[in-house]
Design a protein around this ligand. Sequence first.
Ligand SMILES: Nc1ncnc2c1ncn2[C@@H]1O[C@H](COP(=O)(O)OP(=O)(O)OP(=O)(O)O)[C@@H](O)[C@H]1O
Ligand SMILES: [Mg+2]
Length: 389
Amino acid sequence: MSRVLLFTGKGGVGKTTAAAATATLAARSGHKTLVVSTDTAHSLADTLGATAGAEPTEVAPGLHLHQVDTQKALERQWGDLRDYARGFFAELGLDEVTAEEITVLPGAEEVIALLELREQARSGRWDVIVIDCAPTAETLRLLALPEALDWHVNRLLPVGRRLLRTLSPLIRRVAQVSVPEDHVVGAGERLHRGLLEVRELLTGPDASVRLVLTPEAVVLAEARRTLTSLSLYGYRVDAVIANRVFPAEGADPWRQGWVEAQAGHLAEVEQSFAPLPVHTVPYLDAEPVGPAALARVAEAMYGESDPFAPPTVDPPLRITPEGELILALPFAEKGEVDLARKGDELIVNAGSYRRVLALPAALARRSVREAVLRDGLLRVRFQSGGPDD
Ligand SMILES: Nc1ncnc2c1ncn2[C@@H]1O[C@H](COP(=O)(O)OP(=O)(O)OP(=O)(O)O)[C@@H](O)[C@H]1O
Ligand SMILES: [Mg+2]
């Protein structure tokens, strides 16, 4: 299995730089490394000082860059869905929807890039896969969508398919709108399965997320919310990277002001994100671009620690042998977390985020006895289930 490392954080804090530096170090340490970007701005290639090809291209010894061509991937993999959407919109009297417009849907590009990544992960070619993610983990949250849709797809689709087939001539006449044909429904199922597989890879035991921030109040507040929601959705965060830390030596009064303010925020980061390690990177005197500069960033960032060791942090969700469900929700406040039970599912709301958790068979039939949020852990206890209940 490849070691999968994801980098996320607020816009502009240094995600691409941290990802490129980590990938550079991985290759220099002898790991076969793939670095992937989910954005289309080509910043990753610029940062590495390289040109990306459509396929993984070796940009330094042992370091391969993959800039997914989302348009081509969409054509190849999801043409059926696109044709359906196009026809559907045309029948509604809307202008023809082009492939370009579909990829404008929020998050679509990133999701397509992640779907493509599955094949690379399966190939077994890579020791380390580094992913430069979109700001504040928007895409990673999007991957939780299939979990929520699972219920509908699993339970409704077989029936839905039958219904659609018998009803389609009728619907066609009445609604003047086409109903998806079998191959379209098939593509929908494939997409759904694909999303579940990507999520499994990214939340699996060999994957972890590194949260990049700069020591500033606004950035910090957002990083906290990102950590809560990543945890809610089951991603392990194994380190914080504090980038652009002003050096204290020889500071003039202007820089001295920044040094002091950052020191305060850094102390807060160390204390509130503990036990996560906080790796700091100084504000350099020039943009770190190209392999040599990136290798220096990685050295400053990780020091003596091994950034490619398997993650040692617990997965956010676990169920104890006694049947207690424990979900880590760091920084979540009591007032913003609530629970609901719907059939076999437990719906957890934390702030504006929601996760639909399918309960394992052992808990599915037992009702919730109590739920407590303490020290960043949500503990849910169920009625003891036995033959007499
Ligand atoms: N420690 C640093 N010292 C000096 N410049 C830096 C440092 N880290 C990043 N930069 C520069 O800051 C700019 C933004 O960094 P980067 O592109 O890595 O951010 P990002 O979080 O990926 O941004 P986006 O949200 O737009 O993807 C780049 O020009 C980069 O070279
Ligand atoms: Mg970037």
